[in-house]
Design a protein around this ligand. Structure first.
Ligand SMILES: [Zn+2]
Length: 419
């Protein structure tokens, strides 16, 4: 993918504004209105889109003025706006609004202290203006983006080779189990899928996969911790976006004995019904069409979050080279079978519960890894279970038991822990 970032950093209010779509011209030098305490995140209170397919204006009301960085990405065409941490109190379904050049948009936390808005556009656009106005004349502070339709050739010409700087250093998983000196207990990395700007699948009542899997992962962590045999770390313990490669890197650099990624699936409308849990391992060839469809959906996280993939280091390429690591594959498969054995008696399983596909999050060559799809957000009975604390506790207990069974037999079999 030749996605590159076109970066416009705007830290000062634009002083040459014009009146359009109800935005009053002003200099932006003085702040009127009530100033919010600056140690709290700014809040987005409302938004609107105006204009047509030639020119579109995107406005977000804010409780105070903040800085922004905006840039465009291709394939698919997106506009990305990076902000300091913002609490989004936008109307439900705000992101589904379609108008002019905007197809849809997402917003959320992308790292600690940093939020992002990503707009999907109908085609190549030029970012004509991007600024934040001070509150004035009884109007709140406003973030304003002006998009103008362009053609692909001009769009690509405008893209600079400069790499997007904002999200490089700080995208780090947020929680590491404290490592006590001499603690040789195996480390289990629990990876709740999605987070922040990336909601994952959606239930019919607006339930979000990122919330469902975080709640499950926290329960699983507690169950594993209470056994006392393992150290546990989570790739995220709050609603933050973590890129897929970062999750893999986290497990590798901490020398994890096992990596468990937790997700919940949803079938696209008109694609029938399915139910129950499925356990996935990594394979270059998907085991069936559904596995291929799902891997593609789960691998989209970075595109959804607007992460510029050209900033990814070469790790992923190196990992692919190492993919031949047979032992890891064998162990991942053994663990997947153990999980299914345990889940069989406590949870509903998919009719083909063991599958494989090219999930990027399972790429660690040296950490046995599985991805558990707990069930289908798109299936009523599954969704009921996924959001039930009783089901969560029972299923997390079964999963914790399978970790115990797998690692205990491994340790017994090799006469020592990992390595
Ligand atoms: Zn998912």
């Amino acid at each position: 993918m030749t996605t590159r970032a076109f970066v416009i950093a705007i830290t000062l209010a634009c002083t040459m504004l014009y009146d359009w779509a109800g935005i009053a011209a002003e200099t932006g030098v003085t702040t009127r209105g009530v100033a919010a305490p600056t140690d709290l995140p700014a809040a987005a209170t409302d938004m609107r889109i105006g204009g047509d397919e030639k020119q579109t204006r995107f406005v977000v009301d804010l409780n105070r003025k903040i800085d922004l960085t905006a840039f465009t990405l291709a394939d698919p065409y997106r506009v990305v706006v990076d902000l300091p941490q913002v609490t989004f109190n936008l109307p439900a379904k705000a992101g589904e609004q379609t108008r002019g050049l905007v197809k849809a948009f997402r917003y959320g936390l992308i790292m600690q202290g940093g939020s992002r808005i990503v707009l999907d556009t109908k085609g190549p656009v030029r970012l004509d203006k991007a600024f934040v106005l001070d509150a004035a004349e009884g109007q709140p502070a406003r973030l304003v983006l002006d998009l103008v339709a362009t053609d692909r050739a001009s769009f690509m010409r405008n893209i600079t080779l400069e790499k997007h700087p904002a999200h490089k250093a700080s995208l780090r998983p947020s929680e590491v189990a404290p490592k006590v000196d001499g603690d040789i207990r195996p480390l289990i990395v629990v990876d709740p899928g999605h987070g922040g700007i990336d909601n994952g699948a959606k239930g019919s009542g607006g339930e979000l996969e990122k919330d469902v899997v975080l709640a499950f992962a926290q329960t699983l962590r507690d169950k594993l911790e209470s056994g006392g045999k393992f150290r546990i770390a989570m790739t995220r313990s709050d609603d933050t976006f973590i890129p897929l490669a970062e999750r893999v890197r986290f497990a590798r650099t901490h020398g994890a004995a096992l990596f468990i990624s937790v997700h919940a699936d949803a079938l696209p409308r008109n694609e029938g019904q399915a139910e129950g849990a499925t356990v996935y391992t990594l394979s270059e060839n998907a085991s069936d069409a559904e596995a291929a469809r799902l891997a593609e959906a789960e691998n989209k996280a970075d595109a959804i979050a607007g992460v510029d993939l050209t900033t990814e280091p070469d790790d992923v390429a190196n990992i692919l080279v190492d993919l031949a690591q047979r032992e890891t594959k064998t162990l991942s498969m053994q663990f997947a079978r153990t999980v299914i054995g345990e889940l069989k008696s406590t949870a509903r399983l998919h009719k083909h519960p063991l599958k494989s596909a090219g999930f990027k999050v399972l790429l660690a060559p040296d950490v046995p890894s599985v991805l558990v799809e707990l069930g289908y957000m798109s299936t009523k009975d599954d969704l009921k279970q996924l959001t039930s604390a009783t089901w969560r506790a029972r299923t997390a207990q079964a999963l914790a038991q399978s970790v115990d069974t797998f690692l205990t037999s491994r340790i017994a079999g090799t006469g020592g822990g990992r390595n």
